[in-house]
Design a protein around this ligand. Structure first.
Ligand code: FAD
Length: 287
C-alpha cells in the first residue's frame, strides 16, 4: 500500500526502527518486530546508513517487515556517497520486493566526516532525491521536516522555504525531527500551512529512556529540551528505571495532546525498544 493513501481523517501511528550495529545479529531486531506487529502500526520505517549502518542490512529488514511480518513499510534512503545509478540499483531492489514507500533524505555523513559533501554526480539535497524517486512513478515519497529548523539552517523562514521547494518536487507527507515541546510543533504547522505546504505532517516523538541517550541525540539533531523535561532529567537522570518511567510518561502526554489537537499522525522513534513502545501505546489507549 502506498502511504499517501493512509490519510483518511484518522491519525496514523507509525514506528521507526534501525538496523543493529554490524557486530549484532539481525535477529535482535526481528525479535523487536515480532512484538511491534502486535501493536498494529500503520507502517514501520527503517533507517538507512544512519550511524554508519549498511544499506544491505536496511534492505534486509525492510524485506522482512513487508514480506515476512506483512506490515506496511517505508524504506529510508539517503544521498550520502550515492550516484543516480547506485540509487536506482537500491530502488530497483526495493521495487522488486514490493516496497512502495521511500523516505527521501539527504542524509548525514558517517560520524566524524562533516560536513555533507555530495559526490560529484550525486544529489546535493533531499529535494533532488525526491524528484528522482518520483520520476520513477512507482513509489509514494515522504521527506523530513524540522520544527526547530535544520541544524545547518537555523533561519526557520529560510528552512521552511527550502522545505516548500522540496515538497513541490512530489512529497506526499512529511515526518518531523523529534521535538519535546508541542507548542513548537503547532507554531511550525501554522507557519508551513501559511506557506502553502498542505501535505500530511507526522509528528516525530522520541521517549527519553535515559538522560545520556537524549543528551547525545539532541546534541546531534539540535532539538531543544524544555524546562519541564530538564527538571525530570535532573531529578531522575541518576536512576535509570525512574528516568525511563518519567520519559515514557512525558512522551505519552505529548502524544495525547497531539492527538487531541488532531495531528495527521505520530511517528514513534522506538529505539528498537518493544516493551517501552508497548507501554506508550497502552498509555495513549491504543493497545
Ligand atoms: P535537506 O532537505 O536536503 O536539507 C538539508 C539542509 O540543506 C537543510 O539545512 C536545508 O535548509 C538546506 N537546503 C535544502 N535545500 C536547499 C537549497 N536548495 N539551497 C540551500 N540549502 C538548502 N539520516 C540518515 O543518514 N539516515 C536515515 O535513515 C535518516 N532518517 C531520518 C528520518 C527523519 C524523520 C528525520 C527527520 C531525519 C532523518 N535522518 C536520517 C537525518 C537527515 O538525513 C539529516 O537531518 C540531514 O542532515 C538532512 O536531511 P534532509 O533530508 O532533511 O535534507
Amino acid at each position: 500500500m502506498k502511504i499517501r493513501d493512509l490519510f483518511t481523517g484518522k491519525p496514523v501511528i507509525s514506528f521507526e526502527i534501525f538496523p543493529p550495529k554490524p557486530d549484532f545479529p539481525l535477529d535482535t531486531v526481528f525479535a523487536t518486530l515480532e512484538e511491534l506487529k502486535g501493536l498494529n502500526p500503520a507502517y514501520i520505517s527503517v533507517t538507512y546508513g544512519a550511524g554508519g549502518s549498511s544499506s544491505a542490512r536496511s534492505i534486509e529488514i525492510v524485506d522482512k517487515v513487508k514480506n515476512h511480518y506483512g506490515m506496511e513499510t517505508v524504506a529510508h534512503l539517503t544521498c550520502v556517497g550515492a550516484t543516480p545509478a547506485t540509487i536506482d540499483t537500491v530502488l530497483d531492489r526495493l521495487q522488486a520486493l514490493g516496497v512502495e514507500n521511500i523516505l527521501a533524505l539527504r542524509g548525514d555523513p558517517p560520524a566524524g566526516d562533516s560536513p555533507f559533501i555530495p559526490p560529484a554526480d550525486g544529489f546535493p539535497y533531499a529535494k533532488d532525491l525526491v524528484r528522482h524517486v518520483r520520476g520513477r512513478g512507482f513509489f509514494s515519497v515522504a521527506a523530513a521536516a524540522y520544527p526547530e529548523g535544520h541544524l545547518e539552517c537555523r533561519d526557520i523562514d529560510q528552512d521552511v522555504e527550502y522545505l516548500r521547494l522540496k515538497v513541490e518536487q512530489g512529497v506526499d507527507l512529511l515526518i518531523t525531527q523529534l521535538f519535546f515541546d508541542n507548542a513548537t510543533f503547532y507554531g511550525f504547522l501554522d507557519k508551513i500551512r501559511g506557506r502553502g505546504i498542505a501535505c500530511p505532517v507526522i509528528a516525530g516523538i522520541m521517549p527519553v529512556l535515559s538522560a545520556s541517550q537524549i543528551k547525545r541525540i539532541t546534541s546531534l539533531c539540535g532539538s531543544a529540551i524544555p524546562a519541564k523535561l530538564q527538571r525530570l532529567m535532573d531529578k531522575y537522570g541518576g536512576v535509570p528505571a525512574d528516568m525511563e518511567k518519567a520519559g515514557i510518561e512525558y512522551a505519552s502526554e505529548q502524544i495525547v495532546d497531539l492527538l487531541a489537537n488532531k495531528v495527521d499522525g505520530i511517528h514513534l522513534y522506538t529505539m528498537n525498544k518493544a516493551k517501552q513502545t508497548k507501554q506508550i501505546m497502552e498509555n495513549i489507549g491504543r493497545n
